[in-house]
Design a protein around this ligand. Structure first.
Ligand code: MLT
Length: 203
């Protein structure tokens, strides 16, 4: 098979017809990080897990930032397009329907950018600790796409107003958004797991 454009892991579906998951790690993670999470939240689904191409002091990410929470928006746009192209390549190579993006932190932010810039790339998304990736996003048509957003009321990185603004933008674009704010910080909790499992069961 021709080499695909991102280093990645692929786990074929054990249960056909479930949407594949596109797993997007946080800063400093890699393609292995979210595999076990993916298996728990949608058992049997195919898993496609790329490694972010940007390095920040050796730590992989999906786009460059100027400071914590301050993004290089030109890079966000270029990297979202590059990732959408990879998804299209991988769908063809592995015979996949459009995946549901499941991103944590920096991975959630690139998934939000994909929804804004290349909505055809994702069937929906789970955004764990996401923030607004682009200050002036273009209009996108997200009709028919479900988005689960889980934020933390004690998250030191993401102001409540910011994740709220992202949820509003996605609903105004037509996505069916469920945004829950948990009494936790930036890290994932047991509640993230159970709420995400339920969301997949009821999708
Ligand atoms: C980002 O850079 O995408 C956010 O600050 C989250 C993070 O990766 O720490």
């Amino acid at each position: 098979m021709k080499e695909l454009s991102f280093i990645h892991r692929f786990e074929p579906a054990l249960t056909p017809d479930l949407p594949p998951l596109l797993l997007l790690h946080g800063t400093g993670g890699d393609e292995n990080d979210l595999i076990s999470l993916g298996k728990m939240i949608s058992p049997g689904a195919a898993l496609l897990s790329p490694r972010g191409k940007v390095l920040e002091n050796g730590m992989p990410r999906f786009f460059r930032r100027l400071a914590e929470g301050v993004f290089d928006e030109a890079d966000v746009k270029a990297r979202a397009n590059e990732l959408a192209d990879f998804i299209a390549e991988a769908r063809e190579a592995y015979g996949l329907q459009a995946p549901v993006g499941v991103g944590f932190s920096n991975g959630a932010n690139i998934a939000a950018a994909l929804l804004m810039l290349r909505p055809e790339a994702l069937a929906g998304a789970v955004l764990l600790r996401a923030m607004v990736p682009l200050s002036e996003p273009p209009k996108a048509d997200l009709a028919g796409k479900g988005v689960l957003m889980l934020s933390g009321s004690m998250d030191p990185i993401i102001p409540a107003e910011n994740s709220e603004r992202l949820a509003e933008f996605l609903s105004e674009s037509g996505a069916s958004v469920k945004h829950t704010v948990l009494p936790v910080g930036h890290g994932l909790s047991q509640q993230d797991l159970s709420l995400t499992q339920n969301w997949f069961l009821n999708r």
